[in-house]
Design a protein around this ligand. Sequence first.
Ligand code: AMP
Length: 459
Amino acid sequence: MNPYFINPKLKEECGIFGIFKHPEAANLTYLGLYALQHRGQEGAGIVSSDGSRLRIEKGLGLVNDVFKEENLCRLTGDCAIGHVRYSTFGDDVLKNVQPFLVNIAQGWLAIAHNGNLTNAVRLRRTLEQSGSIFQTTSDTEIILHLIARSQKKEFSDRLIDALKQVKGAFSLLFLSEKFLIAVRDSYGFRPLLLGEFGGSVVFASETAAFDLMGAKFIRELDPGEIVIVTDSGMKSIKPFPPSETKQCIFEHIYFARPDSFVFGANVYEVRHALGRQLAKEKPVSADIVVPVPDSGVPAAIGYAEELKIPFQMGIIRNHYIGRTFIEPEQAIRNFGVKIKLNPIRAVLEGKSVALVDDSIIRGTTSQKIVHLLRQNGAKEVHLRISAPPTTGPCFYGIDTPTKSELIASSKSVQDICAFIGADSLGYLSLEGLLDVEQKNKHNFCTACFDDRYPLLPED
Ligand code: AMP
């Protein structure tokens, strides 16, 4: 069996940030990670460089838990990279928190990675068979081993050598005593953007990180591009043969922050347009449109506008709980949705509700929300989803369960509606989704909706 289906630890969601030559490098990286917290809540780390030494601080938890004044001030130097990570719990969790910092023959090197490699299992086996000793269970470490073993002289050639061997999704940042390097894989699965802050070069997964510190957004890295920043300036190279662009459409639907600009568009505007499109395809005559907060809000606004139905925040989200709370025992888990989302009876009583969310994964959240709305007086609940049915897992850096756990992989829309207990259920069509995205003139990976995987995990 393919190990990707049996080892959920190999699946990660992440955010990355880097800055070159700024006296406040570590503090700014901390702020950047803060803005990217939604991309990973279970671990965070920063590596800084003062030109002769690299220092690392990392830990489990939210950025705010991991970094305090005492460890931030240990991160001296004017260059830094940082990482936030979400991954299922397992052994050696702290070891898997990035950035990774290693000493290779050419000196110290740190790496921060967003995405998943699809040939990690095979590469790791080959490397181990020829003597490599791995410290983590992360696919990212493979890239370091490949760089260390390359016979090329120049670092950039070693990097190219290594990256030619890996397949899959990788937006990467590397930091050494001398350089900061940013890389995006040829498909461009994950975002990576270039900015400028007070004359310093900055990189981030999303523009929300630039906004927080007032950095100027310059451009997105092209798929397959490597940007090398040194004291002598910035150089861009594209050493890989061009491949079809396959940017992750789920970044626009759910994952990225709505205030971010990624893949040529503002995320809020995309979600809003998806809501309008959903209304055209799956209208309903309801008294109110209610979003599942927070991710369903922009689409619900679009849906309500298009159908001229009042938009109401009929559910309030408690923002002070992390994802980790719903991890433990089943008995506690059942409280999960109630702890996070509380319906407002005064808004819902006697109303026919169009409930808008961005996706249904296992179906359990939607089921609980529909039940809660009814308990709080809703007369009818019509669920509308601003994406097509999620039928396949992601192998490129979005944390989705296995195919069999995805409710839409085995059930029809009618059966899902019955499971959830809604009066009706309507998804956005794939054509409708692509129509909305067409304006952006970008090509997207839609494998989680149509099974058309650009790359499959290799054994
Ligand atoms: P489920 O109960 O499994 O159907 O979860 C559906 C909810 O999970 C929706 O409200 C989505 O916004 C949210 N969601 C979708 N994808 C993810 C993801 N990768 N990680 C966490 N939550 C997600």
